[in-house]
Write a protein that binds this ligand. Structure first.
Ligand SMILES: [Zn+2]
Length: 159
């Protein structure tokens, strides 16, 4: 059985918060993904939160939600095997995002490829397993970003 994981990551893949703002933002995310107040279908106890500071840039991909990756330079679809092999080779932890695209050999950055659904790269991640809501609003993301001290984005994975 697959599970949903809603991750909130800094907009800048290289950026990392200090412990305190990181935990503060995580507490806010936990509250948000526990369900709307009074929602009879929400099961806040099912939610599990992982808060991670990574040594290197970590791929935060959307699991089974990834249907395609396109190259923004030539418009060709990027071979997903190539992407999977790249992550596997580095065990998901990357020292650099610099790549040469397999389609048109353009030097670019991994986070500039067009992922559908969105994927991300980060050195800090707040991951909510079994979130009771599948996405946060723009206002909520702004609030989390304010607690963190850096703008954030969300990635919804099915694992
Ligand atoms: Zn290309």
């Amino acid at each position: 059985m697959s599970e949903n994981v809603l991750s909130v990551i800094p907009a800048d893949p290289h950026w990392q918060p200090a412990p305190e703002p990181g935990q503060r933002a995580a507490a806010l995310v936990l509250e948000m993904v526990s369900g709307a107040p009074g929602d009879p279908h929400a099961d806040p106890d099912a939610v599990e939160l992982d808060v991670d500071w990574y040594e290197a840039i970590s791929a935060v991909d959307c699991g089974q939600n990834l249907t395609r990756i396109d190259c923004p330079h030539c418009g060709a679809p990027v071979d997903r095997e190539w992407y999977a092999d790249l992550l596997e080779e580095h065990r998901g932890l990357l020292s650099t995002l610099d790549i040469t695209t397999p389609c048109c050999t353009t030097d670019t950055s991994l986070d500039r490829l067009d992922y559908d659904w969105p994927c991300g790269f980060a050195r800090f991640e707040i991951a909510a397993w079994n979130p009771q809501r599948l996405h946060l609003t723009a206002e909520e993301l702004t609030a989390v970003g304010r607690a963190l001290g850096h703008p954030v984005r969300q990635i919804l994975a099915r694992i």
